[in-house]
Design a protein around this ligand. Structure first.
Ligand SMILES: *Cc1c(COP(=O)(O)O)cnc(C)c1O
Length: 364
């Protein structure tokens, strides 16, 4: 870092960013990496081949700016989500983090507030701060569930401009009833964002918040290709909402924010949705195996509808995290006392994690 000549606090940084730390899940190249809820199964070869063909075609026109309205991709997402959605109700960006940032830029920002029920996704307060909005943390029941009456009362009290409802919730895995979403929506005049980043890992017969969109013009349902679609490295997130919400997002996005290569890759992957999602059932099986084995090892796994498990009963999370690291297994210390979080991997990776944890257990 020979180019660093001043410290951060010597720069004329915005006052509200002073003392803040960036998002920082460790990126270590260990044999078993189960710390950021990625899909550890690679994209199937036949899909990879088709994606490559599509990118090659897009490359021929890469001297031109991309389709600013990413029309083909929006059609793809509308078809994938179903529920009679039309492309004018779809938005997408480079990861759902950017989608959420667009929402905050349009509906939060300086002098406004964003709200979430803690513990929840650590990026919400960071993204809010980035737009200059204040973050308000609400509370959950002791088992991290949310009850409609309590949720609505907290929202009515805090009067936020934007509400984040993460379901299944990261980092706890907890699902949220549609009754909670309806109650929160009624309790606010603000934008209600339901973050369904992990929806594909929930039981198949459970209804998505997409089904609540008709008649609710301030409701937004956000999704990502990073988890179930095994597309984290491509950076593609999307949302469904009233077409007027999409018009608001056009005011804040950078022109041509989605590259033609990204659009080509994502559209091709979507054409193979069933194949891309074929590993979801296996991941759900590994998740349930993790929960059952943690239980047998006397830890306390929380119910999860996502591709990860949060578990309590850890005497010293930092020490257990380190002992796993030394055994080549990377998981996540999310800062909840006596808890750690692990993503479900392939069968072999999951076994490696469970064996490593069991060996620490017997060593103490
Ligand atoms: C992983 C995750 C996302 C997705 O982020 P991308 O930017 O799409 O990779 C969004 N919300 C939650 C709660 C997540 O855990």
């Amino acid at each position: 870092m020979g180019g660093v000549t001043v410290r951060l606090d010597q720069l004329p940084l915005r006052d509200d960013l002073r003392g803040k730390t960036p998002y920082g899940a460790p990126q270590a190249s260990l044999p078993v990496t189960l710390n950021v809820n990625e899909n550890t199964h690679p994209v199937p070869q036949e899909v990879a081949d088709d994606i490559l063909d599509s990118i090659a075609k897009a490359l021929r026109d890469v001297n031109r700016y991309p389709d600013r309205e990413f029309s083909t991709l929006r059609e793809g997402f509308a078809d994938y989500l179903g529920h009679g959605l039309t492309p004018d109700q779809i938005w997408a960006a480079n990861g759902s983090n950017e989608v959420l940032q667009h929402l905050l830029q349009a509906f939060a920002g300086p002098g406004r507030t964003a709200f979430g029920f803690a513990p929840t996704y650590s990026m919400y307060p960071l993204l809010s701060a980035g737009t200059g909005a204040n973050w308000i943390a609400g509370s959950r029941e002791h088992d991290y569930t949310l009850e409609a009456g309590s949720a609505a009362a907290q929202i009515a009290d805090a009067r936020p401009d934007v509400v984040f409802l993460c379901t299944p919730n990261n980092p706890t895995g907890t699902p949220m009833g549609l009754d909670v979403i309806e109650a929160v929506y009624e309790a606010t005049d603000g934008i209600v964002i339901v973050d369904e980043a992990y929806q594909e890992f929930a039981p198949r017969d459970e209804r998505s918040a997409v089904s609540l969109l008709p008649g609710r013009e301030r409701l937004v349902v956000s999704r990502t290709m990073s988890k179930a679609f095994a597309f984290a490295g491509a950076r593609v997130g999307y949302l469904a909402a009233d077409a007027a919400v999409i018009d608001a997002l056009r005011l804040v996005r950078l022109p041509y924010h989605l590259s033609s290569l990204t659009q080509a890759a994502a559209s091709a992957a979507l054409r193979h949705a069933p194949t891309m999602l074929r590993m979801v059932d296996d991941i759900v099986m590994q998740r349930d195996r993790i929960s059952a084995t943690l239980d047998a090892l006397d830890y306390q796994p929380h119910d999860s509808w996502a591709n990860f498990v949060l578990f309590g009963g850890v005497d010293d999370p930092a020490a257990t995290w380190r002992a796993l690291y030394d055994r080549g297994v990377l998981i996540r210390d999310v800062g909840i006392p006596h808890h750690l979080r692990v993503s479900a991997g392939t069968e072999a990776e999951t076994t490696a994690f469970l064996d490593a944890l069991a060996s620490i257990e017997s060593a103490t």
